[in-house]
Design a protein around this ligand. Structure first.
Ligand code: PLP
Length: 392
């Protein structure tokens, strides 16, 4: 059996006609920059995330970049973030001329560890840390209650890198209302890269915020800082969202909750299958977990609405298992094999910290196929093959 890591054509097939017709409409409209499809998507994403403002941008990376630009973060400033994420999280900090400060991660959720953040903030006596940039890795919110408490104590804005987590939810205080990712900090940044839960037919992104003046600044900066047209009080860039992407995303947004639900069911089914193999009990395989103190402690965590952009297991002999699964036609991938603080582009720029949890994650994590259209038979095959590997 062949099991790809992701099968975009399975999602495309039932929607193809609608997508082609929506794209044709944009072509015929001749509104190729901004226009009603972009504003329509912005309104729908704002409603979906329960925020006041949403600004379509060219990618998830540019959503992060323009957010840092809107905060005037630059040379001499530092941004507190996680060392275990896609490169863009750190790339945007460096591109505005600032430096990252890395807290270590929680070893079970792989998200930034608030205790480690607290130590770094307390040591920042010169107040060079100007913002906090947590990532909701794999589709599960970082532990936002203590993060927002730290942000409040130190008077820092929080920009959520929610590129993998549109629609993920977090109960901000125990018992209080749930909040969607991106709506908790000053701003949230989404990516519509095709492999994300809401993926376009190319690049796209979105910044969401409840802060009106921040949203206005992002809006201005995405269009060269112009306000009004041809008058530039600030230096921005061309970070606009393409209406062809917007029209496709509007269409797909209607299915997003169903797709999240299917991914969550698939995750539960993996958990059940792994439990039956005995691999969990033998500590060969660790399945995704949420261990936030105020939230929950169970593996099957209904309080923290994980949207499973990735289903990531932790295993010993990870590289050997990867080869074995690939040999048996199972798509899998390492997110990420080298932690951000170990990247070569940082050498000479700053002191490189030792972050044992991030480094261990880079050695042991493996993402398995989790896309909505995955069948039970495919999942059974994946778990059988993993069991066969450890039985060797
Ligand atoms: C995908 C991703 C990004 C970047 O989004 P693009 O749309 O590819 O620019 C940023 N951060 C994280 C955590 C991501 O997964």
């Amino acid at each position: 059996m062949k099991v790809p890591l992701l099968d975009i054509s399975a999602q495309l097939a039932p929607l193809r006609e609608e997508i082609v017709s929506a794209v044709s409409n944009v072509i015929d409209s001749t509104r190729y920059i901004q226009g009603p499809e972009v504003t329509g998507l912005e309104e729908e994403v704002a409603r979906y995330c329960n925020v006041a403002h949403a600004i379509g941008v060219s990618s998830g990376t540019d959503a992060l970049l323009v957010s840092l630009m809107a905060l005037d973060i630059g040379p001499g400033d530092r941004v507190l973030t996680t060392p275990y994420s896609f490169f863009a999280t750190m790339g945007v900090i460096l591109r505005v001329g600032a430096r990252p400060v890395f807290a270590d991660i929680d070893p079970l959720s792989y998200n930034i560890d608030p205790a480690s953040m607290e130590a770094l903030l307390a040591a920042d006596t010169e107040h060079t840390i100007k913002a906090i940039l947590p990532v909701h890795l794999y589709g599960q919110c970082a532990d936002m209650t203590p993060i927002m408490k730290l942000a409040d104590t130190y008077g820092l804005p929080v920009i959520e890198d929610a590129a993998q987590a549109i629609g993920a939810e977090y109960p901000l205080d125990s018992g209080a209302d749930w909040q969607r990712s991106g709506s908790i900090g000053l701003a949230g940044c989404f990516s519509f890269f095709p492999s994300k839960n809401l993926g376009g037919i190319g690049d796209g992104g979105m910044v969401v915020s409840n802060d009106r003046s921040f949203a206005e600044k992002v809006c201005m900066l995405r269009n060269h800082g112009a306000n009004p047209k041809y008058y530039h009080a600030a230096i921005g860039g061309n970070f606009r969202l393409d209406p062809i992407q917007a029209t496709v995303l509007r269409l797909k947004l209607r299915y997003l909750e169903d797709w999240h639900g299917q991914r969550r069911e698939n995750a539960q089914f993996y958990n059940t299958l792994f439990a039956k193999t005995g691999l969990l009990q033998d500590n060969c395989v660790r399945v995704p977990a949420a261990v936030y103190k105020d939230v929950c402690t169970a593996t099957d965590c209904s309080n923290n609405y994980h949207i499973y952009n990735q289903y990531v297991i932790s295993v010993p002999d990870r590289d050997e298992l990867l080869k074995y699964l690939q040999k048996n036609d199972i798509g899998c991938e390492i997110y990420y094999p080298l932690a951000l603080h170990k990247q070569e582009c940082l050498r000479g720029l700053m002191d490189i910290p030792f972050l044992p949890n991030a480094e261990e994650a880079a050695r042991s994590t493996l993402a398995l196929p989790i896309y909505p259209e995955l069948t039970e038979a495919m999942q059974e095959y994946v778990v059988q093959q993993i069991a066969a590997f450890f039985a060797k």
